[in-house]
Design a protein around this ligand. Structure first.
Ligand SMILES: Nc1ncnc2c1ncn2[C@@H]1O[C@H](COP(=O)(O)OP(=O)(O)O)[C@@H](O)[C@H]1O
Ligand SMILES: [Mg+2]
Length: 1078
């Protein structure tokens, strides 16, 4: 967008005048001054209308950058300052958008910058046309064909360090989108004489120098070459090196380009082999050898070089050697062999070298074409770029210059035809008012050269074909005869005396006044070069080479295809191809680039006005401007014009009904275009000023934008409306579907509710029915049961008398008896031992015998206990009785008890009756003594113990002195109320006496004995048997003992084991006696 907004014009920042059409005043001086002014300001391009004048700056200017390409891309021709890119863009766009094939004609002298211009055009087109991998490859191949062709076809000349020595026309083909598809290159007449000889200060073709400088040692060795230029006769020595040219690096560029273009490795190899062979051919030298018949015969001086050539090219050495010594002429059925003299041998050698090289060059072009040709058969748009050798005037001008200059004449002719003549003729044809402008038409010169009967080329051919001796001089003679009267032909030999005294015109020369100047041609070599003769022996030798490329270069050497007809001469070939070229160019829309050389020194910044003036004159540039100025810049048939601009006016838009011319008239009136700006021709509208056209274009562009907006608006409206309608339709559908769905839901709910209610009712009804039916059924069943029972009773009553009513009981009893019997019998065998402590008892066999079994166990136990008891004597029984009594009294109550169980209760421990000591005591006690034992009586005052003899008789308890045996106290058993003792493991006990009794006056006894249990038991038993009263035995760790009037508390405490196991007794106070039990 930004780019479109910047409205620039050719007129902005203009140095001098960018378009010569605008030059005021218009004359030669102002023209040259304008060019010079621009040139001095680095503006090398200037327009004449749509023609670009380019002045060679001879230095690189920063005006070909990618940014510049972008700047000129898609811009109007007159929008920016003049540039070759503007022309390229214009041509490319009208090719792409208007489907017009284009050609770009680049003309100018040698060194004026034609080749550079053609490359710039190609690179610009490559930069702006389509992109993509495939397209890029095509572009790359097209661009890379240049370095290859330049290496083989360009050479340094005095005019140009990189002069094209061949003509080149390249058709670039595009598809309908403007993407490049491929290309076709045509080449015109390579200046092959340069291979064997170069004018002073010039070089052979670049490739020779490039190989020798750039190839690796290894590669050179393979090609049997040496790096030294001076080794080769064909390389002119005086200017082997060119300033600013790096042959070595160019060689790498060429090889790389060959690879990109698609040369296979073996092809590249073959190409260089041929180049090497050509170079080496120049080194073959001949010497004369006299023969018997007196004639000289040539012999090769040094066969080494020949040998190497043959090795390189696979030619049989003897064949080649023979071809250099003999010439075979075939006429009809005859073959005549003649020997060659030294001069002929050299001629043959050079002819071979030239032919090899020029055929190799043509082969290269064919090969490149094969690679770059378009792969599709679709219709192509074509842009032709013509870069042909420029007009040349050397010191010595020969056949080549003649041909080159002829070609330039033809190009000038086509320029004149298309720009000057055609333009003026068109005005007349269209009935436009027009004053004729004079210009020089060079058709007459073209005719001088190419006329079929009297043209120089025709003469030359005639001479070449004529039998008899033919030399260059005879040719000149003929020319002098035929062309003498021609205005543009000058020769001293002609009878016309005009030039008889002109010393600048040597005798062996003729001069032609070309449109670009007079050129003196040396006639020497014309015939030869036109004949382009190569001895058949040589071409046959080449064909026999074991080298596929060389073989292919010489198809006529094939003996099977011998053609006795002469091949067309070089001149006629060239004439034909130029004619084809002209025809081709005429079908295309021409774009002109006219190159001008500012100086002869190849130097920057130098503007040689005389030189430039000369070029301007012969190029007819001034006339060109005049015609442009007098005429109209632009014309177009009415139909396409109306079609293009009809949107600018209401009446013509969108459709104009009526003749196109009337439509255009309406349109131009409506647009208020000044009348002097346009003219109506018969079939075309003519617009005088390009600016009017641009104004129209701008309006159109603006209008197109408006239209696009309008279309966009309508389209958006339509789109929105369709969308709205669609949405509305959708909404209706959705709503209907939703309503249906909602109703469905509602219906389903009602339905399911109805079903639920129904089912409840039905359930209720069914249950009610079921209840009734169940009741009925139960009633029925009850009735049946009652009936059945009643029937049963009836039947049983009737049939009782027939039953064995008691059988069951009997069987039962019998079974029971049997079981009991079995049980008892088994028990008998299983009886446990008779030991009362045996706990074993057999398991119960039947549950119903449970109680019986237990009872039986009990009975058995009692029985065996009785049995056991029955074994005892009476005395034993007594002892056991006593032990039992003790157990009942003390077991689990007194800690002392368990110790007593094992002791036999002896009772009388003291042998009272026996021991004489106790005779008195014995006597005093007449009853039976049950216990006699020594006890400790505790002193009530201090708790000290004193030994006493304790006696128990049937009725009394006695205490006696141990030593004397005197009775201290005697208590009838009836007065003993209670015995107290501790629960502990001690032998203390208190004998409480009945209050008020005699014995009680001294208080209760507090005693201690080792046989407390036995004593207490016996006391109890005796008391029971005597008084029929149970003696109260109190077991307590704190009891009261009556001491005289006082009651003293005896308290048992846990004592220390200080005194061993003996309990100690201590009076604590009046009331308390403490016994410490360990
Ligand atoms: N536009 C240019 N910018 C810079 N140098 C140029 C330009 N055109 C030509 N030259 C110089 O002039 C020399 C000759 O140009 P070239 O195109 O080979 O001439 P021609 O093909 O007309 O004989 C080139 O080698 C180059 O150095
Ligand atoms: Mg050139």
């Amino acid at each position: 967008m930004a780019k479109m907004e910047v409205k620039t014009s050719l007129l902005d920042d203009m140095i001098g005048v960018g378009d010569m059409v605008l030059l005021e005043p218009l004359n030669e001086d102002s023209f040259i001054n304008n060019l010079k002014k621009r040139f001095d300001h680095n503006e090398v391009y200037t327009y004449i209308g749509s023609v670009v004048i380019s002045i060679n700056p001879y230095r690189s200017l920063p005006i070909y950058t990618p940014e510049k390409v972008e700047e000129y891309r898609n811009r109007n021709f007159y929008e920016l300052s003049p540039h070759i890119f503007a022309l390229s863009d214009e041509a490319y766009r009208s090719l792409r958008d208007q489907d017009k094939d284009q050609c770009i004609l680049i003309t100018g002298e040698s060194g004026a910058g034609k080749t550079e211009a053609s490359k710039l055009v190609m690179s610009y087109v490559a930069a702006v046309c389509g992109k993509g991998a495939e397209v890029n490859q095509v572009k790359e191949q097209l661009l890379q064909s240049n370095p290859v062709l330049e290496a083989f076809g360009n050479a340094k000349t005095v005019r140009n360090d990189n002069s094209s020595r061949f003509g080149k026309y390249m058709d670039i083909e595009f598809d309908f989108k403007g993407d490049p598809l491929g290309g076709v290159i045509s080449n015109y007449l390579l200046e092959k004489s340069r291979v064997v000889k170069q004018p002073r200060g010039e070089r052979n073709f670049h490739i020779f120098y490039q190989i020798l400088s750039g190839a690796s040692e290894e590669f050179l060795c393979k090609l049997k070459l040496e790096r030294d230029f001076s080794r080769y006769n064909y390389l002119g020595l005086d200017s082997a090196r060119v300033n600013g040219v790096d042959d070595a690096s160019n060689f790498r560029t060429v090889r790389n380009a060959m690879q990109i273009v698609g040369f296979m490795d073996h092809e590249t190899q073959s190409v260089f082999e041929v180049v090497a062979a050509v170079l080496k051919l120049g080194n073959i030298e001949f010497k004369p050898e006299s023969r018997a018949n007196g004639l000289d015969e040539s012999k090769i001086k040094d066969k080494n070089e020949l040998k190497e050539i043959c090795e390189l090219t696979g030619i049989d050495q003897s064949v080649l050697e023979r071809a250099f010594s003999f010439r075979t002429v075939e006429a009809k059925q005859e073959k005549v062999s003649t020997t060659l003299n030294v001069a002929q041998a050299y001629y043959a050698r050079d002819a071979l070298a030239k032919n090899l090289y020029s055929r190799l060059f043509s082969w290269l072009v064919t090969r490149i074409n094969e690679s770059i040709k378009a792969q599709t058969k679709v219709r192509k748009k074509v842009m032709g770029v013509l870069d042909i050798y420029g007009f040349e005037i050397f010191e010595d001008n020969s056949f080549e210059q003649f041909i080159i200059n002829y070609c330039n004449e033809k190009l000038q002719q086509i320029f004149i035809e298309l720009t000057l003549k055609e333009e003026q003729e068109e005005y007349i044809r269209e009935g436009i008012e027009w004053t004729h402008i004079e210009y020089f038409n060079n058709a007459i010169i073209c005719d001088l050269i190419e006329n079929n009967q009297t043209g120089i080329l025709a003469m030359l051919d005639e001479e070449c074909l004529r039998p008899g001796t033919v030399t260059d001089d005879t040719f000149l003679e003929k020319l002098n005869q035929v062309c003498a009267t021609h205005q543009h032909f000058e020769s001293r030999m002609s009878k016309c005396s005009r030039f008889l005294n002109d010393t600048s015109l040597p005798h062996s020369c003729f001069r032609i006044q070309h449109y670009a100047g007079k050129v003196l041609y040396q006639v020497e070599g014309f015939v030869d070069k036109n004949n382009d003769l190569l001895y058949r022996d040589l071409s046959q030798a080449m064909w026999k080479a074991n080298h596929s490329l060389i073989k292919a270069l010489f198809p006529e050497g094939n003996p099977a295809k011998i053609n006795l007809k002469r091949p067309p001469t070089a001149g006629s070939q060239f004439k034909a191809s130029v004619a084809t070229l002209m025809k081709n160019l005429q079908t295309k829309n021409p774009n002109y680039i006219r190159c001008i050389k500012p100086n002869d020194k190849k130097a920057a910044h130098i503007f040689n006005e005389a030189l430039v003036c000369h070029q301007i004159r012969y190029l007819g540039l001034l006339e060109n401007v005049r015609v442009r100025r007098a005429g109209y810049a632009f014309r177009q048939p009415y139909e396409p014009c109306l079609e293009r601009y009809k949107m600018l006016c209401k009446q013509t838009w969108p459709h104009w009904r009526g003749p196109a011319r009337a439509g255009v008239e309406v349109l131009f009136n409506e647009l208020r275009i000044p009348e002097e700006e346009f003219s109506f021709g018969r079939s075309k509208i003519f617009i005088r000023n390009p600016r009017t056209l641009f104004k129209l274009e701008d309006l159109r562009k603006q209008r197109l934008e408006d239209l696009a907006t309008l279309i966009g608006k309508i389209y958006r409206g339509w789109k929105c409306r369709t969308r709205f309608l669609l949405m509305k339709k959708c909404q209706v559908v959705i709503a209907s579907w939703y309503r249906r769905y909602a109703q469905q839901k509602k219906y389903q709910k009602i339905k399911s509710s109805a079903i639920t209610v129904q089912s409840y009712i039905r359930g209720w009804k069914a249950r009610k029915l079921l209840r009734e039916l169940k009741h009925l059924k139960r009633c029925n069943e009850a009735a049946t049961v009652i009936a059945a029972y009643w029937h049963g009773t009836q039947v049983r009553r009737e049939y009782r008398k027939f039953f064995r009513a008691n059988a069951g009981r009997k069987i039962y009893e019998f079974t029971l008896q049997r079981l009991m019997q079995k049980y008892f019998l088994e028990m008998k065998n299983k009886m446990p031992s008779l030991s009362p402590i045996d706990k074993n008892w057999p398991a119960r066999p039947y549950l119903f015998l449970d109680s019986t079994h237990k009872e039986l166990k009990r009975i058995f136990h009692l029985w065996r206990c009785k049995k056991y008891r029955d074994q005892f004597t009476d005395q034993q029984k007594l002892i056991y009785e006593e032990k039992l009594e003790a157990s009942e009294l003390f077991k689990d109550k007194k800690a002392l008890y368990p110790a007593s169980v094992g002791q036999p209760f002896q009772g009388a421990y003291l042998e009272i009756s026996e021991n004489p000591k106790y005779k008195k005591l014995k006597d005093a006690v007449d009853e039976k003594i049950i216990i006699a034992e020594v006890v400790n009586k505790i002193n009530r005052a201090n708790g000290k113990a004193a030994s006493r003899i304790f006696l128990l008789t049937k009725n009394n308890v006695l205490l006696a002195d141990q030593k004397s045996g005197t009775i201290k106290s005697e208590v009838p058993l009836g007065d003993v109320t209670k015995v107290s003792m501790s629960s502990q493991n001690d032998g203390f006990f208190a004998v409480h006496l009945k209050e008020g009794s005699e014995a009680a006056s001294k208080g209760d006894f507090l005693l201690s004995s080792d046989h407390l249990i036995e004593m207490a038991t016996k006391l109890y038993r005796t008391t029971l048997s005597q008084t029929k009263q149970k003696l109260n035995i109190e077991i307590s760790d704190e009891f009261l003992v009556q001491f005289k009037q006082d009651k003293v508390c005896v308290k048992f405490i846990q004592g220390s084991q200080k005194n061993g196991n003996i309990p100690t007794c201590k009076r604590k106070n009046n009331r308390l006696l403490e016994v410490a039990v360990p």
